[in-house]
Design a protein around this ligand. Structure first.
Ligand code: GDP
Length: 442
């Protein structure tokens, strides 16, 4: 996501950062490059113009011309303005003091509305502990009702549906009654989309809005469609108004234009980002983190949040104790490996760490197959062998190699590497810095 834009902005800023002093011409040149990068990323041209004007003025006003090391300040200004462009702060759903809180989902057909309905249900259950019902009011798209029954069921939401023969406005009204009776905290209403914004679609949305009086109207916008998405959002805004955007398909090769323009053009913030077809690939949208990611400063907070979901404090403390006391076995190693892998593909995780983003990541391939192999080897060992890898010799080595489909050398290598790792840990545990040079020679 945003790869090309990230790369160009990072290159421009690296150039600026690399200079001792900056002249007015340097800043002008940098702004020209930033302008081009944003236009190529399909950001609305008015937005680009305003953005570069603001950044240029701030750079000039900040009196950085002629100063020593001014590049850092330019980066800071670009970062702050990118963040502001996407809305500054992250927003949230408005909860009604009298449940159920009603959320109306709007958007074009194919934008990812039905998927987002289930994802949002899952998110609210998890983040707010809400009990959630979803209403199937998209009666026009073939199979939309069945799809919602399926994905809604998968996330554990109650699906209110009445097939496709009833009027969607009636279904919405009925679903709200049901949700009240069932004591739901939240009702999310999936509505139908069309291929284009048209009178009928808007009319129906307005009627549903009157029927259920939503506390939030969320527009689902497909990030892959760039400026078209922003135009659609503008049209929706003019007709029914909405409170916030769910930007879908941010995992694809979206150039970034929609995400960067939609707030400036419609005045409505992006509240959530949908980043894949799986139902947990959905997160709150944080403009600051997104700006950092675009500028290759990494997304440490998202990384920590993700890590926090997998490692609990007790586990972490136990691991640390083991490391210090040199009790760490291949069994623990396997457990750690599994936890790390649960967090998602390694390359996407590394992309969130500053220093790994952008260029560096390109040249660096994390070989997931290598990890598969390591896992297979450890799984072929007995418990005793995992605890005391020094036992692994001769026939044991052969058995493990056969069991995991690797060569004896590969088993050897793993055992040797693990022994090295233990040695380092032992030194660190004793408070000594490991002798890296010696380790490299081995
Ligand atoms: P609707 O017509 O607006 O209800 O659209 P759907 O929810 O059926 O989504 C249309 C297609 O986009 C489906 O194939 C979804 O699996 C896919 N989709 C939805 N959200 C995302 C996303 O965030 N990333 C990716 N890659 N695909 C998505």
């Amino acid at each position: 996501m945003f790869d090309a834009l990230s790369e160009k902005l990072q290159a421009t800023l690296a150039d600026v950062r690399g200079r001792g002093t900056l002249t007015e011409d340097d800043i002008k040149k940098a702004m020209r490059e930033i302008r081009l990068a944003l236009l190529e990323a399909d950001v609305n041209f008015k937005v680009v113009k305003e953005f570069t004007n603001t950044v240029r003025e701030r750079c000039m006003g900040a009196d950085i011309v002629g100063q020593l090391n001014p590049g850092q300040q330019v980066v800071k200004i670009v970062h702050e303005e990118l963040e502001a462009l996407m809305g500054g702060q992250s927003g949230d759903i408005v909860f009604s003091p009298r449940p159920p809180t009603v959320i109306l989902m709007a958007g074009l057909q194919g934008s990812g509305k039905t998927t987002a309905t289930a994802k949002l249900a899952k998110f609210l259950q998890k983040e707010h502990g809400s009990s959630v019902g979803v209403a199937a009011c998209d009666v026009y798209r073939p199979a939309a009702v069945d799809q919602l029954v399926k994905v809604g069921g998968q996330v554990g939401a109650t699906v209110y549906e009445q097939g496709t023969d009833r009027d969607p406005v009636d279904i919405a009204r009925w679903a709200l009654d049901q949700a009240k009776q069932d004591g739901k905290d939240v009702l999310i209403v999936d509505t139908s989309g069309r291929l284009h914004v048209d009178e009928k679609l808007m009319e129906e949305l307005k009627n549903i809005r009157t029927a259920v009086r939503p506390h939030n109207i969320l527009l689902v916008v497909d990030a892959m469609t760039g400026q078209d998405a922003v135009n659609v959002a503008e049209q929706f805004g003019a007709a029914v108004n909405f409170d916030g955007v769910i930007m879908s398909k941010l995992d694809g090769d979206a150039r970034g234009g929609a995400a960067l323009s939609v707030k400036a053009v419609t005045g409505k913030p992006i509240l959530f980002a949908s980043t894949g077809e799986k139902l947990d690939q959905f997160e709150r949208f944080h403009p600051d983190r997104m700006a950092q990611r675009i500028l290759g400063m990494g997304d440490v907070l998202s990384f920590i949040e993700k890590a926090g979901e997998q490692f609990d404090a007790d586990q972490a403390a136990e691991m640390e104790r083991k490391l210090r006391q040199n009790d760490f076995t291949l069994e623990d190693f396997l457990q750690q490996l599994k936890m790390i892998r649960k967090m998602g593909p390694l390359t996407s995780l590394l992309g969130m760490i500053p220093g790994f983003a952008g260029q560096q990541l390109k040249g660096m391939k994390v070989d997931e197959r290598e990890m598969d192999r390591v896992e297979a080897i450890i799984l072929s060992m007995t418990r005793e062998e995992r605890r005391r890898p020094e036992l692994i010799k001769g026939s044991r080595r052969l058995r493990i190699a056969k069991g995991s489909g690797v060569s004896v050398q590969q088993v050897n290598q793993l055992v040797k590497q693990f022994a090295q790792m233990r040695k380092v840990m032992k030194q660190v545990g004793k408070g000594k810095m490991p002798d890296m040079a010696a380790l490299m020679r081995q």
